[in-house]
Design a protein around this ligand. Sequence first.
Ligand SMILES: [Zn+2]
Length: 291
Amino acid sequence: MNDKNIACPLCGATVNLYKRTLNYGLRLLICPQCDLHFISPFPPIAQEFYDQNYYRSWGMINDVLPEHVKLLKEKNMRKHVKHIAKFISKGDVLEVGCALGSFLKVAHEEGFDVTGVDLSVQACEIAKKENPAAKVFQGTLETVRFEPESFDVIFMSDLIEHIPEPFLFWEEICKLLKNNGIICMITPDPGHWSCMLMGSSWVHFKEEHLVFFPKNTVNWVCQNFGLNFIEFSHVVKYTDIAYFSAQTKQFGPKSLAFGLSMLSRILPQKMEEFLFPLPLGEARYILRKLV
Ligand SMILES: [Zn+2]
């Protein structure tokens, strides 16, 4: 295929800057206009992908998440909720891609009214069960159709990189946000040193990650969708050996997966579940909708 005929899925500009071939064979392109980094062509990802076995890499067995994974997910989400509360301390929060509902739980505990939407039928059932106070909808923003200007905060973590039509997606979430409302987005940043260091083996280069938003791309989004760029920072995620080992088994290099599973076998459970921070190049963006 001729690279010169590829249109950027965000800004529509013609892209002919071919960056690299990733480990699993697909090409990474960079848009010269908005700096979006994207995979070309997009691999076909069926909805079932997010149901069948997707949460096995979280250690989930028979719809039950191990307690230590629940706790580490909540610890990571609590950090974001506390940060959001510095800008808006109460109101209606929508989480797009709510997965098993850890954010919804913590945001509710902090006093927000919480709504979640997720593509996965299985995840929605668990999120509902775990969060009786939350409104949880299965589907996408297009299929669920929330009222415009319904939310004070829209939160999305590890979500936007899965979206094949990012322009339409930004249009939709900006419509749903109230004036002065906040967007908090967590997503892998290809401008981070971990990406420079690991190259094509960067942990976030995996088949279901289609688009990447470095800082310049988010600037473009703000200018084109009436948002104010409030803050950009890199965040570390807490993990533990048991969880990291399960993740690496599914996504990581075989040698690392083998080493971690050996370590898992010899460590006592307490140490295996000891939390430590891992800087893997995730950025947190805070954006505000202009009046
Ligand atoms: Zn572009």
